[in-house]
Design a protein around this ligand. Structure first.
Ligand SMILES: Nc1ncnc2c1ncn2[C@@H]1O[C@H](COP(=O)(O)OP(=O)(O)O)[C@@H](O)[C@H]1O
Ligand SMILES: [Mg+2]
Length: 268
């Protein structure tokens, strides 16, 4: 689906503030993967998404994208707005995914045209019925509120809506960046359940950054741990099913200790 080949992202190169957000990261995401990603603040999780989405140009490395059985197409230099046609991304802040001052139906219209501004879809009875049928699936009563401005909705409703609109655009890859972290526990659970349902129903390929260890362990078929701009653990479904939070912490400490002793050897 997507292949990262030794990608680096260095900010402020050559200055005193030089910061290597990604260090030669290689990763292959397979079609249908649901990957959870953990790692402390500043580990490089969001930077990984920025690299995949094309938010910042890479310092080095290459990115390939493939759909179905096609050979990978290099997208290293493809601009972000073009990648947005096939890469969906949802952020922590529920206000970012929708435009508050616009009606629900206008938000959905704009999203349907995403990446194709010239596309002619008009708001008629047919499109409204189409929107309503999808909104009903959220079970939040939003199908009766097409004309309401989105700012009237709760954070949970807005995040569920963002998720729905993103999924309706059938992304090849869905990037979730702590998308439930700003919600209260009830809404976080609701959006999480919705995420799982959509992933199944739409056969999505998903990467999900989370601080919630339970979600990270119980969701998906693969777990990545990031640290200091690197992927330090990549655990498959079988092993993941047996893991506990305590195991992860132990593994993390073991890896860090090894790194430290390597450095000490170098210095010695
Ligand atoms: N636009 C930027 N300019 C400079 N440094 C950045 C920028 N974005 C991220 N960084 C740095 O890169 C590192 C990784 O950050 P980030 O990817 O946001 O981590 P995470 O999402 O895991 O918390 C941090 O040290 C952060 O300060
Ligand atoms: Mg982040």
């Amino acid at each position: 689906m997507i292949r990262l080949e030794k990608i680096s992202l260095i900010f402020g190169r050559g200055t005193a503030d030089e910061n290597e957000a990604l260090k030669n990261v290689s990763l292959t995401v397979n079609p249908g993967d649901f990957i959870t990603i953990i790692g402390s603040n500043g580990a490089g999780k969001t930077s990984l998404y920025n690299a995949v989405s094309g938010t910042y140009p890479l310092t080095s490395g290459r990115i390939f994208m493939s759909a179905g059985n096609t050979a990978g197409r290099e997208i290293t230099r493809e601009p972000e707005y073009k990648r947005a046609r096939y890469i969906g991304r949802i952020f922590q802040n529920p206000l970012l995914g929708t435009a508050g001052r616009m009606s629900l139906e206008d938000n959905m219209m704009i999203c349907s045209r995403k990446g194709y501004p010239g596309l002619k879809i008009s708001l008629n009875r047919q499109t409204r019925d189409y929107f309503r049928s999808h909104l009903a699936a959220l079970d939040m009563g939003l199908e009766n509120r097409l004309r309401d401005n989105v700012e009237l909705f709760s954070g949970g409703q807005r995040q569920a809506l963002t998720l729905l609109m993103t999924v309706m655009s059938k992304p090849s890859l869905l990037l979730l960046d702590e998308h439930t972290a700003a919600l209260d526990p009830h809404n976080a659970e609701l959006v999480m359940q919705l995420t799982l349902r959509f992933a199944r129903e739409y056969k999505l390929t998903v990467m999900m950054v989370t601080h919630n260890m339970k979600d990270a362990l119980e969701t998906g078929n693969r777990l990545l741990m990031m640290d200091s701009g690197d992927i330090i653990l990549d655990i498959g479904a079988e092993e993941k099913a047996k893991l506990t939070t305590a195991d992860i912490i132990t593994r993390f400490k073991d890896i860090k200790k090894k790194e430290l002793s390597n450095d000490e050897m170098l210095l010695g």
